[in-house]
Design a binder for this molecule. Structure first.
Ligand code: HEC
Length: 276
């Protein structure tokens, strides 16, 4: 990966030091408000040099670069607004696509384009671990596509019967309690003011909370120095939920995204985001 600008590293280190200090103070004072304040400050400090922009640039280059067995670019990829139209497309995803007869999110749709236009093997893409090879490329592509919707209002409302099915499935999946801890998504994301390890957990069942959780992904995660897409985010939450690992781009993951996106309709996209 390209090297981070020095200014960013300095700002991030200063902010981290402030965060640790505030954390120590918090323990001493027994309050949480100063921690929340310092996290907000830390976000503000690092937002100026969001490394996500490097992934955005990588994604744009990948979009325009001939690749795969067919040595083609993604210039004719249809993300829902017509072949090659990227601006505003992410804000309308997930949506129904007639050619695949499926409701698809940005990543599964990009995967379809990489398969049909460039000749890549979808199964291989699905099974590549996050952060590696073509999966990292897919995340960079999703970052680029999402950034082209920055400021555009989310518009995900079921119009096609399969979209209605997806919304219903997503809602059911969100509230399904199962696994060794009997957790559902709602166990951690169904109430205001919940937090785990200093991280405020948005209440994804409200429009404001869903917007916070949906419109800021893909996001750069400072804690592990990686760019995470929504599929990556969900994968990690399945782990936290003690659920089996979901298949990349599967119906279930798209349904959950559909549920969150539809809840966020009307809120402007704020990608790429930056997170703890
Ligand atoms: C055991 C608790 C737990 C469960 C269950 C859980 N999550 Fe999460 N989720 C987290 C934590 C913790 C974070 C923040 C992670 C971090 O930044 O360290 C998070 C973050 C998120 C975010 C990003 C929020 C933001 O502020 O940007 C989304 C979206 C999300 N989860 C969706 C889900 C969905 C959908 C499910 C159900 C499949 C789920 N989560 C289940 C704990 C959970």
């Amino acid at each position: 990966m390209a090297r981070l600008p020095v200014g960013f590293i300095v700002a991030a280190c200063t902010a981290l030091a402030a965060l640790h200090q505030a954390r120590a103070q918090t323990v001493a004072q027994g309050t949480v408000s100063s921690t929340a304040d310092s996290i907000a400050k830390y976000r503000e400090m690092i937002a100026d040099g969001n490394p996500a922009e490097l992934y955005e640039a990588k994604g744009e280059a990948l979009w325009k670069q001939a690749a795969g067995p067919k040595q083609a670019t993604l210039a004719r990829c249809d993300l829902g607004l017509g072949p090659g139209v990227v601006a505003g497309a992410y804000a309308r995803l997930p949506r129904y696509f007639a050619d695949t007869d499926r409701v698809q999110d940005a990543e599964s749709r990009l995967m379809t384009c990489m398969q049909t236009l460039q000749g890549f093997d979808a199964a291989e893409l699905i099974n590549t671990p996050f952060g590696q090879g073509r999966k990292a490329d897919l995340v960079a592509l999703a970052t680029y596509v999402s950034a082209e919707s920055k400021g555009v209002k989310v518009d995900v409302q079921p119009r096609h019967p399969k979209e209605r099915e997806m919304l219903a499935l997503g809602r059911r999946a969100f509230y399904l309690q199962a696994g060794t801890h009997d957790f559902s998504c709602a166990s951690c994301h169904g109430e205001d003011g919940r937090r785990i390890r200093l991280q405020d957990l948005p209440n994804l069942t409200t429009p404001q909370g869903a917007a916070k959780g949906w419109t800021t992904w893909p996001a750069y995660r400072v804690s592990n120095g990686q760019m995470w897409s929504m599929q990556y985010r969900l994968n990690d939450c399945f782990r936290q939920q003690r659920f089996p690992e979901p298949v990349y781009g599967s119906e279930l993951t798209i349904a959950l995204s559909y549920f969150m996106a539809s809840q966020s309709s009307g809120a402007p996209m704020a990608t790429p985001g930056i997170k703890r």
